[in-house]
Design a binder for this molecule. Structure first.
Ligand SMILES: [Fe+2]
Length: 305
């Protein structure tokens, strides 16, 4: 198994193919952690997209993420036409060819209808969407006491797409993403992702002990990344744990989160001891409609952003 460097974790780059139903145990775990032969990540800017479409197809130089995806699929007899660019060569990205939030949702549904999903392509889609407040404002519902989770699309049970709203100084607990991949795109403002290694449990005698008897230690921070608007972060349990914070005392922040597959509860961790606690998921609003106060009170708090 190839280890993921800290720099790679900080850049939130993880490239591989995973089934729509994630597995973390057994052989599939090893498969998940094998790096895919993708080219070096490059920012998905208009200039680089134009450069990509000018390159020759099928060349050794895999500068295009999309062509790299197609080449990877062909080598493995996977249907290469499943994955496609969201910007056509002759279409102005900022004009009629704009890739809207509804386009992103439609494409996610199409991709997740397959048995296997290329995580690289999903990240490419998330990066390709350019934040337009007019498209997501109806989901952006804030709470003055804590950050909120607002469901945008349930993805036919294959994924959840949601908007998270962060007030000034809001932050999550340290948490995992059980058997799931998480992609987080910043729609407005800035967020800081602090990444941690899984807590090491040591026992005095070196033998088997019950979890409650294990001596827990402060958790080890392995990365800290300031995520600007439009940037995309990717994490799963093989990449560690994280906490997300809006460190600004003057500006709110909004982020778009994709979880595949969805999960209803996760573990949160005490940074000083590594002790974990199960936390259930809940939505502040669903499809733009605020969840009733009674229902919301049944499910507080959550920390699975
Ligand atoms: Fe998270």
């Amino acid at each position: 198994m190839e280890r993921v460097s800290q720099q790679q974790q900080q850049q939130c780059v993880k490239r591989r193919e995973v089934p729509t139903t994630m597995m973390v145990d057994g052989d599939d775990c090893n498969e998940r952690q094998q790096p895919m032969p993708w080219p070096t990540k490059r920012p998905c800017t208009r200039a680089t997209l134009q450069e990509q479409v000018q390159r020759d197809d099928d060349g050794e130089d895999c500068g295009s993420t999309v062509r790299a995806i197609r080449g990877y699929c062909r080598k493995r007899n996977m249907p290469s036409d499943v994955y496609r660019p969201v910007v056509q060569p002759d279409v102005d990205r900022c004009g009629g060819g704009k890739f809207r939030l509804t386009d992103l949702i439609d494409e996610l549904h199409r991709v997740f209808a397959e048995d296997r999903v290329n995580v690289e392509y999903v990240q490419y889609l998330m990066e390709s969407y350019r934040s337009d407040p007019a498209e997501w404002l109806k989901y952006a519902k804030f709470n003055k006491f804590r950050y909120t989770r607002n469901l945008v699309d349930a993805g036919n049970g294959k994924f959840n797409l949601m908007v998270l709203c962060w007030g000034e100084g809001d932050g999550s607990s340290i948490h995992n993403h059980p058997q799931s991949d998480c992609m987080m795109k910043i729609l407005a403002g800035q967020l800081t992702e602090v990444r941690f290694a899984w807590p090491e449990r040591s026992d005095v005698d070196g033998g088997d002990v019950d979890e409650d008897d294990q001596r827990l230690q402060p958790m080890c921070e392995i990365g800290r990344t300031l995520l600007e608007t439009e940037s995309v972060c990717h994490i799963n349990d093989s990449m560690g744990l994280h906490r997300v914070e809006n460190t600004s005392h003057t500006d709110k922040a909004v982020s778009l989160h994709l979880y595949c597959p969805p999960f209803e509860e996760c573990s949160t961790f005490n940074q000083q001891t590594g002790h974990k606690t199960v936390a259930k998921s809940a939505f502040w609003s669903i499809y733009g409609e605020k969840v009733s106060k009674k229902r919301a009170e049944e499910h507080v708090p959550t920390d699975d952003n």
